[in-house]
Design a protein around this ligand. Structure first.
Ligand code: HMG
Ligand code: MG
Length: 305
């Protein structure tokens, strides 16, 4: 059976933009529930400016504790520049992800650099990370549509993805930051990209703003993509991209993949435990499109026959 690899980005993408502060112990508990559910890869945090993203101020402490507690867990962390890499390395990071947006304005809003400068910083950071022996990922954000510049040309996305591949990125993550993609676009864009970059190196990161997250994931699966980011409970969104709603929910992706004959290694009932914890911490009702069904299943299982 074919395997679908899921990186749960809830502790980073999901928590970075939350109104209520989430302490390190709660983040650890959330990651613990993800691990218990069978999640094998987590984006733990980001080493960004704590002024820009206060929720990630505990990055070093959190990463150290997570790696000590779950040594077999694949842990990646987002780094926007060399300073972020330095901090991540000092905390013992084994895998880092850089973030390059495919438009001028999105880079400025997100990391205060123009597109060319951002591409250069990402290349330098990727090369430095490899010299340190770290695994690497490179996000190409707003790879479909940008909240400031509209539809993003596929040629730009392809050029930037190639640059990240040439700089040695182990994985190139094509990201729909504001959830504007549709399956036809995914088929077209990932089809072109997978002819230029080995499909095993490509991953996708969908936000579910318009309810097309699972449809887009299916289109990516049909192109041959097997690496996906998703966020438990569907939490997530970039604070610097207006209109960025939650990520494709991990439970929806697991449901889609498992019911279509792929293996994820992740248990839906285990994910519910993580959603319950996140709901309490964030004081919000959470869950992807399948949450109603999942809750009914849970209630049925708890009722004696
Ligand atoms: P800047 O102000 O331009 O940086 O911020 P600077 O180089 O001028 O430095 C200013 C201060 O920040 C200095 O400190 C630096 O040392 C410090 P001061 O001298 O004032 O005390 N600094 C840092 N501190 C901690 N960690 C660092 C770091 N770098 C500089 N790494 C910067 C530039 C990139 C730091 C800032 O704009 C930033 O942190 N931005 C946050 C970006 C972010 O986290 N965005 C959300 C994640 S991306 C996303 O969500 C999209 C994604 O999910 C994919 C998708 O959906 O598309 C990945
Ligand atoms: Mg995102």
């Amino acid at each position: 059976m074919s395997r679908v690899h899921i990186t749960d980005v809830a502790p980073r993408d999901g928590l970075q933009n939350q109104r209520l502060p989430v302490d390190t112990a709660t983040k650890l508990a959330l990651i613990g529930r993800l691990v218990a559910a069978g999640v094998a890869s987590v984006e733990v945090t980001s080493f960004v400016s704590p002024k820009a993203v206060p929720q990630m101020a505990d990055a070093g402490d959190l990463l150290q504790q997570v790696q000590a507690r779950w040594p077999a867990l694949r842990c990646s962390v987002l780094v926007p520049n060399l300073k972020g890499l330095e901090r991540a390395h000092a905390a013992g990071a084994r895998e880092v992800a850089v973030v390059l947006s495919a438009t001028e304005e999105m880079n400025r809003r997100n990391i205060n650099m123009g597109l060319e400068q951002a591409a250069g910083v990402c290349e330098d950071t990727l090369r430095a990370a490899q010299q340190l022996g770290l695994r690497t990922r490179a996000y190409v954000a707003v790879a479909f549509e940008c909240p400031f510049e509209g539809l993003v040309p596929l040629t730009t996305v392809a050029t930037l993805a190639q640059r990240m591949a040439q700089a040695g990125a182990g994985e190139i993550v094509i990201a729909d930051t504001i959830g504007a993609a549709a399956p036809g676009m995914v088929t077209e864009r990932l089809g072109v990209l997978s002819r230029e970059i080995a499909v095993e190196k490509l991953a996708v990161h969908f936000h579910d703003t318009r309810g097309l997250g699972t449809a887009n994931a299916w289109a990516a699966l049909e192109v041959g993509i097997r690496r996906f980011d998703a966020s438990v409970g569907g939490i997530g969104g970039c604070p610097f991209a207006p209109g960025a709603a939650g990520n494709l929910a991990t439970e929806d992706l697991v449901q889609l993949a498992e019911r279509s004959g792929f293996q994820t290694g992740i248990s839906l009932s285990g994910l519910l435990e993580a959603i319950d914890l996140a709901q309490t911490a964030l004081q919000q009702t959470l869950g992807g499109r399948c949450i109603g069904w999942l809750r009914r299943q849970q209630a049925r299982a708890a009722t004696p026959a």
